[in-house]
Design a binder for this molecule. Structure first.
Ligand SMILES: *[C@@H]1O[C@H](CO)[C@@H](O)[C@H](O)[C@H]1NC(C)=O
Ligand SMILES: *[C@@H]1O[C@H](CO)[C@@H](O)[C@H](O)[C@H]1NC(C)=O
Ligand SMILES: *[C@@H]1O[C@H](CO)[C@@H](O)[C@H](O)[C@H]1NC(C)=O
Ligand SMILES: *[C@@H]1O[C@H](CO)[C@@H](O)[C@H](O)[C@H]1NC(C)=O
Length: 357
């Protein structure tokens, strides 16, 4: 009863605010910026699409940061699609034209998928900046600090650490900027976006690991030089995917004098810093539905022997599937091709594949 009485107000609000709701990650359209654009003049900042004024400010004062941000936007797109290649929702809707005013509804409505996109975007921008510090591309930063802890015997600190603190500082400033604008969007959505961005950054912090290089006579590895480096974004995305799968549905509710996001089912506990949250349930993404932003799974490739989400049963939602054959050209495996010991390098193999009906 309680929830149904909220529907009209929420509906009206959502309709009013929809155009701004997802502007929070609009900067991802920077992925369309050609790699050949030289960022050498501050006038370029206001010509870039989809940036809010404090992002333009940041661009003006740190123009050398822009290639890194453009690269982060590309990484987000690529990594999201790779990470979800085995799922019904495959992140295809993250790719919108630079002149589009909004994302498709699957990413615009405060869903789990939107939650993932925010978390990954926040992690990616700080990841790229932290690593750009290491490669000397940025004026404002260099290698991260040498850790205070004593290294293990046979190890010593050296090399150049990824500058996570700088990455987090500047990345947060840029990627949270649209959500910090007072007038834009509904509060519930903004709070959700900010929370999930922080979830992404928490995952990034967890991904700062020790990396080492061997030294010593002819690779004897008698000493190792070690530094703190970030794992690949792909690993961080896998971590965020499991958070996506166990995400918590929240509601916006008055607690004390202010309204907060609280778990829908167990609304007595506060939100945890590292749990992904969403406001609206998603469809099953089995069939095409423009209004919900579902492209459906027809013609998606499925795996007949898998028992996971890419299995033909799950991917095709029980509709069945069609086989087709594909010719693979690959390195010759000696297991199958005797010629590999002497002559052949490339071999052909016919494989059977399946697509959903
Ligand atoms: C920016 O780079 C372009 C291409 O390299 C060059 O033609 C232009 O003169 C540069 N502008 C400035 C202000 O350095
Ligand atoms: C966006 O640009 C494309 C060409 O690049 C054009 O065909 C399309 O109509 C534009 N859409 C909008 C909404 O302006
Ligand atoms: C995602 O699925 C849609 C619908 O089947 C397909 O058209 C699209 O190419 C897929 N995108 C990626 C990146 O795999
Ligand atoms: C299908 O799934 C099986 C089991 O998980 C895996 O070994 C195989 O490589 C997959 N095939 C393709 C084409 O992805």
């Amino acid at each position: 009863m309680r929830s149904s009485s909220h529907i009209p107000t929420l509906g009206v609000l959502t309709a009013l605010l929809l155009s701004q709701v997802c502007s929070g990650v609009k900067w991802l359209v920077l992925s369309h910026t050609p790699a050949t654009v030289p960022f050498n003049q501050t006038q370029q900042c206001k010509l870039l699409p989809a940036m809010v004024s404090s992002q333009i400010q940041l661009c003006r004062s740190n123009i050398e940061l822009m290639p890194t941000i453009v690269q982060a936007a590309r990484e987000v797109k690529k990594t999201c699609q790779k990470t979800f290649a085995d799922m019904r929702w495959n992140c295809s809707s993250i790719d919108i034209p630079a002149n589009a005013t909004k994302y498709r509804p699957d990413l615009e409505r405060g869903t789990r998928e939107a939650a993932f996109m925010y978390a990954l975007s926040a992690a990616a921008i700080s990841h790229s900046i932290a690593q750009a510090c290491t490669s000397g591309d940025l004026r404002g930063c260099s290698c991260g600090p040498i850790p205070a802890e004593i290294p293990e015997p046979g190890h010593r600190w050296g090399g150049c650490a990824d500058n996570l603190n700088y990455g987090l500082y500047v990345g947060t400033k840029f990627s949270d900027a649209p959500m910090k604008i007072k007038r834009s969007g509904s509060n519930a959505n903004k709070l959700m976006q900010l929370h999930n961005s922080e979830v992404g950054r928490q995952a990034l912090k967890q991904a700062l690991v020790m990396k080492c290089k061997c030294h010593g006579v002819s690779g004897s590895c008698s000493t190792r030089t070690c530094w703190k480096g970030l794992q690949d974004l792909r690993e961080i995305a896998m971590d965020l995917k499991s958070k996506y799968l166990s995400a918590t549905k929240v509601v916006y509710r008055a607690m004390g004098t202010r309204k907060h996001l609280v778990p829908k089912d167990i609304d007595i506990r506060p939100l945890r810093e590292n749990e992904m949250i969403y406001l609206h349930s998603s469809p099953d993404f089995c069939t095409k539905n423009e209004k919900l932003g579902s492209v459906g799974t027809q013609d998606r490739q499925c795996n007949k022997t898998s028992v996971g989400s890419d299995s033909c049963d799950l991917m095709c939602c029980g509709r069945g599937y069609n086989p087709y054959t594909e010719k693979l050209v690959e390195r010759c495996h000696c297991k199958y091709h005797w010629c590999c010991y002497v002559t052949c390098k490339k071999c052909e193999r016919i494989v059977e594949r399946y697509v959903c009906k």
